[in-house]
Write a protein of this length. Sequence first.
Lengths: 111, 113
Amino acid sequence: KNEVEQSPQNLTAQEGEFITINCSYSVGISALHWLQQHPGGGIVSLFMLSSGKKKHGRLIATINIQEKHSSLHITASHPRDSAVYICAAPLYGGSQGNLIFGKGTKLSVKP
Amino acid sequence: NAGVTQTPKFQVLKTGQSMTLQCAQDMNHEYMSWYRQDPGMGLRLIHYSVGAGITDQGEVPNGYNVSRSTTEDFPLRLLSAAPSQTSVYFCASSYGRSNSPLHFGNGTRLTVT
């Protein structure tokens, strides 16, 4: 069974800082998801990546399939980035269907 | 497009009562799933479906029932609610391919007393 570990659990940053959230998983996968859960509870898909790097605005996600590790970076962080960031990987590898989720990283960006 | 619509937003049940959480999507997604989110546990897969008429169990299926009679709808039934089912429930859908993002409903906060 795949395990997904995230670090850190909690992260407090000052506005403008560069943020890194890490995700490690235990079995081979074809793709990994990064999600954002706002304080109101809604969950939004940020990235789905199977290799290399993806960028969307100030968010950058990288993945190293061989090392079974992914990172989510936020450049020039802003208080509106405050949320819980969750990574997820397929439960049995391969299919993107049955996902197992990390416990999330709660980010708080102070003005 | 409405995306993924989940109802109700809040529900309080007494132990032993039954209810159905509704989930509907208008994106013609093949894959639909139900998750529960508990403090310190992360999201856990309850049941999923890869198309109309096809459902399967996830990580924590006990106490829940699903069916998929149409592509659009994927209801989750609690047959006899228990306090252990107090949680926040999310429905999600996607095209089911490896490059397809997940679309989530807004969640249902269920309390069983």
